[in-house]
Design a protein around this ligand. Structure first.
Ligand SMILES: N[C@@H](CCC(=O)N[C@@H](CS)C(=O)NCC(=O)O)C(=O)O
Length: 207
């Protein structure tokens, strides 16, 4: 059976939500991260989630690949857009932006400064700079959402599923992130979706 490997509260929540949004018969398997004996190492050599193992053993990694793959299992889903359409390109543009600018370039140094310097005294500076980068990355999203409810096409898409996860991580960071009103509004609408609530409940993040 096709299996999605996730870790509660990690970025794999995006692919997990998409499974529920699309109603796909995919098994969800929770794994531990950053532990050498976690089963994730046998699936993804990087030891990272999400990882999607297909029936024939093929493994897909990265939300930016898994989300489109899942949506393509349900042709015509409003979560994505037809091949060759500008909307599909826009949705993929946001998936790339969120993976690169928000997750890897900003959240990673904020949460894991040890990956950027072995010198512990440098970690505070790395975190401070990462917070600035993260805010800039979100200011771009905030401006784009002016007068819009969702990122693309005035409907809920894969891009919003992924953004909602990072918008949730922002809530731990306080000011100035709590002043991003459009992002906050999007996160609240995201939270109202039954599929989001179901995935959060499965991950033990919602009662
Ligand atoms: N941008 C990728 C990154 C995947 C990723 O970094 N996952 C993190 C969880 S948020 C992870 O598994 N970290 C464990 C590690 O790096 O050891 C995605 O969204 O799929």
């Amino acid at each position: 059976m096709t299996t999605l490997f996730i870790a509660p509260g990690a970025c794999s929540l995006a692919s997990h939500i998409a499974v529920h949004e699309l109603g796909l018969p995919i098994q969800i398997e929770k794994v531990a991260l950053r532990t050498p004996d976690s089963p994730i190492h046998a699936i993804n050599p990087l030891g990272r989630v999400p990882a999607l193992q297909l029936d024939d053993g093929t493994v897909l990694t990265e939300n930016s690949a898994i989300l489109p793959f899942l949506a393509d299992q349900v042709p015509g889903t409003p979560l994505f857009a037809p091949a060759g359409s500008a909307e599909r390109g826009q949705i993929q543009g946001w998936l790339g932006y969120l993976a690169a600018e928000v997750h890897t370039a900003s959240f990673r140094p904020l949460n894991r400064p040890e990956r950027y310097s072995a010198d512990e005294s440098a970690h505070t500076g790395i975190r401070e700079q990462a917070r600035i980068q993260l805010f800039k990355a979100f200011e771009h999203i905030e401006r784009h959402l002016e007068g819009r409810q969702w990122l693309v096409g005035e409907r809920f898409t894969l891009a919003d599923i992924y953004l909602g996860v990072f918008a949730t991580w922002l809530t731990r960071l306080g000011a100035p992130f709590d002043g991003l009103d459009n992002v906050t509004r999007l996160r609240q609408k995201w939270l109202e979706r039954p599929a989001v609530q179901e995935a959060l409940r499965d991950e033990g993040l919602l009662k």
